[in-house]
Design a protein around this ligand. Sequence first.
Ligand code: NDP
Length: 450
Amino acid sequence: MSNYIEKVLTEVETKNSNEKEFIQAVKEVLLTIEPVVNKIPEIEKTALLERLTEPERIITFRVPWVDDNGKVRVNRGFRVQFNGSIGPFKGGLRFHPSVNQSIMKFLAFEQVFKNALTSLPIGGGKGGSDFDPKGKSDNEIMRFCQSFMNELQRHINHNLDVPAGDIGVGAREIGYLFGQYRKIKNAFEAGVLTGKGLEYGGSLVRKEATGYGLIYFVREMLKANGKDFKGKITTISGSGNVAIYAAEKIVQYGAKVVAMSDSNGCIYDDNGIDLDEIKRLKEVERLRIKEYLKKHPTAKYMENVQGAIPAVYTIKADIVLPCATQNDINLECAKMLVKNGVFAIGEGANMPVDIDAINYFIENNVLLAPAKAANAGGVATSALEMCQNSMRYFWTFEEVDKKLENIMVNIFKACNETSKEYNLGINYVACANIAAFKKVSAAMLAQGII
Ligand code: NDP
């Protein structure tokens, strides 16, 4: 490691000592970009890495709301505007009890690189709240979203910062957030949020985009390594937006999905998962995945055990798609997956594989599609939604899907070319980091010390 990178890493660790997810995300990037940092002396001269690892702005705010029993509740809201050198800050909102500043900063930091890889003009940000949507009534969700937007609206607009969904924030929440924004501003500014409903400025394919995009990227990665999806046994962690549409697309390519999960446990169905039933349970009824057994009594349910490998990763599979949350796969889990014959991992979630597990997969020739590249289809399609909003027009499903596919193919190409240029083999994690860093650092250098 160069002295400069080591110095910056130590500073980041010291300054943010209680932010372990953020430190992990920074480490993963800084440990891979040395070949570029060494080539361009201006990077050190302008303290570019120090600036790159410090958010432009962090906003934290109080979110008071009243529950159905008339009790006042208070949550904490966040928006991290990390790096706007390429375009307006762009990144989702996460509503989950685990949300804290470290998680917000790691997600926003990753978003900077991911958005650069899309080649579209969007900077990186992220936001959310420690609010837990589970078990809340529709009215409670609405009142929370309205209170959240009462403050967030001061800090966003289509030229400044454009939020979207993430864990716990789907079409319903975006609807309530947009409604409140519109009421406060007394204007229909469609481009301020993405992931909107199709009736009021949303884009076709946005719902499917992250999952479909993941499979387009993995398809290219397999192709480049002489492999394909046909007949491959696949397991997917999560059963939310990313997981569902990754499953839909990979099945279209001839793979068989045998397991999906939620935070309680996983279902295993040897006949192949009935995706319509998963959509009904998760998108419509908002039930636990265990309910799958009511319609499919021959399937099995395996409960997660605290501290043990999540049940879904104990199942034998050729391809594994972690599409739930960060740090789902550690070294112990990676070892089990390799022993069970996995040959490809596609990161649908952000940072689902920790650094030791990434290294273990690469050492064992497992193809790993890194999140920053592989799940960029969601934000890319969000940028296409902004584009359609600016034009006050819309594209057909086929048109958006084609654009998404081209973007994902081009992201893989960028990774593959970087692999050749820097002799990185199948280390696509390093490839994605380097390709993205080149673009962000060039934009930052061009704009001076700001
Ligand atoms: P959803 O809220 O739709 O689904 C999340 C899924 O992951 C649920 O099945 C949920 O289970 C599970 N999950 C969440 N937290 C945990 C946890 N701590 N442990 C185990 N399981 C958990 O979210 P998305 O599908 O939108 O997001 C999934 C991942 O993909 C996240 O990492 C997100 O950042 C990333 N991502 C999402 C994009 C998008 O467009 N939506 C774009 C790019 C990345 P349960 O219901 O039990 O909580």
